[in-house]
Design a protein around this ligand. Structure first.
Ligand code: SF4
Length: 352
């Protein structure tokens, strides 16, 4: 058996096998899983229905959890950015976004990102490493534990640092653990994966046979502009991307959301909105407009409110359903990956 870094790295159906590999009965594995995901225990010493021998084996070989909270920042609306400490010293971000009766957690899948979208803090220093499945799973557990007893994480969006489909095996395992009744038991319809949209990966997500939401980062209505804005993904021909999104809809019956970051002077003109209407004509989808969250060191700005409204009106008049992300979290550096970069830069300055 591969050395096990942490129990949350196990597939949710792997606990019985772990127990039998160590000479225990399968029910001991089931009990162990309950301690991890139902009772949310952090310590083997609390797992009193496991034999002393099994607890000893476990504590010699592994740990229950591997993520810690390095720091957190909260804005007036309750949006909270957590900077999480990984066991090798790296850090990633997770954001809690409370809205009405929803508590949505935005999770990361990689340390850094290779796609290098020009407007994104996460891509600025490239990809350092993939997160393990447990590191992805635990982000939701940590946020849950930061909420008052009466509240629950209701939704997960895989939209934080990293391109999830570039860490595909760990992503799929995390999806399974969140969704499985013996894991966190979150309904598939409450989990959304956001991707820059590699068609073969979209097809693989569709073949999971679950009703996970899919959000595709489009950000441009034309191939040339998309290539400029998303250097690591813009070469995918737009017709191929849209065809894959359509297949996803046909297979899962979930309408796909197209994400569109509005960048002043770049992609927020009326003609861009009109081209977007042409591109998405007849497609059963939503468009989520995201006025740019300013990022330190990047020249991109949010367009004025009138331009955002005009862009939205053009889409709506052509029958496209539009949502608009609230501009929140600027004060806590909630733009993807920015908190991590600010902390790293601050530490480099202190050391230097
Ligand atoms: S927007 Fe997403 S895909 Fe693009 S660089 Fe940032 S994390 Fe990567």
């Amino acid at each position: 058996m591969k050395p096990l870094r942490c129990l949350t790295d196990l597939p949710v159906d792997g606990f019985e096998q772990l127990a039998t590999d160590w000479g225990q009965r399968p029910f001991a594995g089931r009990n162990l899983r309950r301690w991890v995901y139902e009772r949310r225990s952090h310590h083997f010493s609390e797992m009193t229905d496991l034999s002393g021998k099994f607890r000893g084996q476990l504590s010699e070989a592994t740990v229950v959890r591997s993520l810690g909270i390095h720091s957190r920042r909260e804005d007036d609306g309750g949006t909270t950015a957590f900077l999480l400490q990984l066991d090798d010293g790296q850090r990633v971000e997770t954001v809690l976004i409370p809205e009405g009766d929803r508590n949505t957690v935005c999770v990361s899948t990689q340390v850094g990102c290779a796609v290098a979208c020009v407007f994104c803090a996460s891509g600025m220093k490239g990809l350092r490493r993939n997160l393990r499945a447990g590191e992805i799973v635990e982000q939701v557990m940590l946020v849950q534990e930061s909420l008052p007893e009466t509240e629950r994480v209701t939704n997960v969006v895989v939209m934080g640092i990293g391109e999830p489909t570039m860490n595909f095996a760990a992503l799929c395992q995390a999806l399974e653990t969140w969704n499985h009744p013996d894991g966190l038991g979150l309904g598939a319809r409450r989990i959304t994966i956001s991707t820059v949209g590699y068609p073969n990966k979209i097809d693989q997500l569709a073949s999971l046979g679950k009703e996970f939401g899919l959000a595709v980062s489009l950000h441009a209505p034309r191939q040339d502009l998309r290539e400029q804005l998303l250097p690591g993904a813009g070469k995918v021909p737009l017709p191929d991307l849209l065809a894959a999104a359509r297949r996803y809809y046909q297979k899962t019956h979930r309408r796909v959301t197209f994400e569109y970051v509005l960048l002043d002077g770049i992609n927020a003109f009326a003609r861009d909105a009109e081209q977007l209407c042409q591109l998405l004509r007849g497609f059963p989808c939503f468009v989520n407009l995201i006025p740019m969250n300013p990022v330190d060191g990047l020249p991109y700005r949010r367009p004025p409110a009138e331009m955002v409204n005009a862009f939205r009106n053009i889409l709506e008049q052509s029958g496209i359903e539009v949502t608009q992300r609230k501009t929140r979290g600027d004060g806590i550096a909630a733009a993807c990956g920015q908190l991590r970069l600010r902390e790293e830069d601050a530490e480099a300055t202190e050391v230097g």
